[in-house]
Design a protein around this ligand. Structure first.
Ligand code: F6P
Length: 546
């Protein structure tokens, strides 16, 4: 058991002063805040790099922002940001630098890591990816039987899957519709079966994406893909070279699997898995949208990086959003955040954010090795609007939990159709208003509602939200949005004094699964787990053989 963090964050003056401030304002209603200050919306809106963040529907006043900013200063956020950008080994438990920002740096930038400028290496890989993508899409890259590639299947999981899938869905509008993209992640054989059942092996290319090239799910799916391919192409091993490429940091394992390292796209151990969709892990994204759009995506990331590094805290989008997350998690006790994109193309964005936020900040040990005495990452979840409105929004409006919401909306649809966009945007604006303002008992009564129904029809309101309003969804905008959350997560991690870049919490289950696999495959090996685990293994054995 680690010691508790008795002398850490919660004992700082900045924290104590925020706690006092919270006590003073915690019951004040957003209705009142808005009534008192005609300029409130203007005061709490930041327009930067093409994004508008209206955060005025949060339970804050100017002093809250000052105090949160003071908290960030006392946590030396500025110094931490510089340490990350300069490649210091801020992932202390893995003794690694955290340089995903170098992946989107322009060609002429110079970022030194261990005495070497790493930007040329980044661009060398990007150039190799571009050359490869052009050869595949213009038909110069031929499959084993001489047919061009029409289907691409990315095999990967976690950071080697969620970012690429999300980006593929988000940027479908910009994608080459002649290419079929599929994603296989789950070790459940159904995932592989359904992704490949209607594909012709002669026209199919697999991208095996894995930072380590040891992940059980990915390697199992990659082996199944190889068997599927070979059985479809007459068991000729030489077909593998034309139908498999790899994305990894581990050349040895790639070679061992049988993929020619000429067909390998590298990245580096200073890129965390969940921060790798703009590294070679984005190969399937580049195949789908083309190198030019991929560069625009990277430029969007880079613009947000620059903004994060240079904007004053009270005008800094990731800093504001990160500090608000801390505000609700630690002072209001909000245990979740809903991310609600009002754009069908962003349907996988909340799922992507789940790994980014929760694998990063789902920690309970500080960098000093002590147990935190405060909450860390809230649970991130969400669905696109308006669908969610007809499902879980009831709870957000009238349930007992306080759920801060991030609404993401676009003014211009990529598929304009009649009044659809006006209806969509009217809904997102209405939700923010309803959550903040609610509906009083008097209002309900004045509508002529029967007395016994009044309590059911009251909306307390005072439920906070951010609204991001953006012109339209482009590759650059997607890059900005992702980097916004990446850096917001970073801000939270700095305040909470945790390592946002390791993920030791995923290890134990992996190790136990390796032990249980042979036990499931045996009929009588002795079982030494707890009685519940033993029973489940035993039941599986019995039903499997019956
Ligand atoms: O199990 C968690 C994890 O290590 C993630 O952090 C990572 O993104 C994922 O597994 C996949 O790892 P790899 O890219 O090495 O296959």
């Amino acid at each position: 058991m680690t010691a508790t963090n008795a002398n850490g964050l919660t004992s700082t003056d900045a924290w104590k002063s925020l706690s006092d401030h919270f006590e003073q304002i915690k019951d004040k209603h957003l209705r009142q805040w808005f009534a008192e200050d005609a300029d409130r919306a203007k005061t709490f809106t930041v327009d930067a790099i093409g994004l508008t963040l209206d955060y005025s529907k949060n339970r804050i006043n100017a002093e809250t922002v000052q105090q949160l900013t003071r908290l960030a200063e006392s946590a030396q956020l500025k110094q931490h940001i510089e340490a990350m950008f300069k490649g210091e080994k801020i992932n202390v438990t893995e003794r690694r630098a955290v340089l995903h920002t170098a992946l989107r740096a322009p060609r002429e930038a110079k970022i030194e890591f261990e005495g070497e400028n790493i930007v040329p290496g980044v661009h060398e890989v990007l150039d190799k990816m571009s050359g490869f993508c052009s050869r595949v899409t213009d038909g110069r890259w031929k499959g084993h039987t001489g047919k061009p590639i029409r289907n691409v299947v990315n095999i990967g999981i976690g950071g080697s899957d969620l970012g690429p899938v999300m980006a593929y869905e988000a940027l479908r509008h910009y994608s080459n519709r002649n290419l079929t993209l599929r994603y296989v992640s789950n070790v459940d054989g159904t995932d592989f079966f359904e992704a490949t059942r209607d594909l012709d092996p002669a026209e199919t290319l697999f991208i095996v994406s894995s930072k380590t090239f040891t992940t059980l799910e990915t390697m199992t799916n990659a082996r199944s893909a190889r068997s599927w391919l070979l059985s479809g192409l007459g068991d000729d091993e030489s077909a593998v070279a034309k139908h498999f490429v790899a994305v990894s940091t581990n050349a040895e394992k790639v070679k061992e699997f049988g993929i020619d390292t000429d067909n390998m796209f590298v990245f580096w151990d200073w890129v965390g898995g969940r921060y790798s969709m703009d590294a070679a892990i984005g190969l399937s994204t580049m195949l789908a949208i083309g190198p030019k759009h991929f560069r625009e995506l990277l430029d969007g990331f880079h613009e947000m990086d620059q903004h994060f590094r240079t904007a004053p805290f009270d005008q800094n989008l990731p800093v504001i959003m990160g500090l608000l997350t801390v505000w609700y998690a630690n002072f209001f006790g909000a245990s979740t955040v809903a991310v609600l994109p009002y754009d069908q193309y962003l349907k996988r964005f909340p799922a992507y954010l789940q790994q980014l936020t929760m694998e990063s900040n789902g920690k309970s040990t500080t960098l000093a090795g002590t147990r935190v005495d405060y909450d860390t990452s809230p649970i991130f979840w969400g669905e696109p609007g308006t669908n969610g409105q007809h499902s879980f929004y009831q709870l957000i409006h009238q349930g007992t939990h306080l759920i801060p919401c991030d609404f993401i909306a676009f003014v211009n649809s990529l598929n304009p159709r009649g009044s659809h966009q006006d209806y969509l945007v009217a809904n997102v604006i209405a939700q923010g208003e309803a959550l903040a303002m609610g509906k009083t008992q008097q209002q309900v009564k004045d509508e002529g509602t029967e007395a016994e129904l009044i309590p059911h029809r009251v909306f307390e309101g005072n439920r906070p939200s951010n609204t991001l309003l953006i012109d339209r969804l482009t590759p650059a905008v997607l890059g900005k949005l992702i980097a916004l959350y990446e850096h917001s997560v970073f801000v939270q991690g700095v305040i909470w004094q945790i390592d946002s870049f390791d993920q030791w919490g995923v290890e134990l289950g992996k190790v136990l699964a390796q032990q249980i696999i042979p036990e499931l495959q045996s009929t009588d090996s002795p079982l030494n787990h707890d009685s519940s685990t033993n029973q489940l293994i035993q039941r599986y054995r019995e039903l499997k053989s019956s």
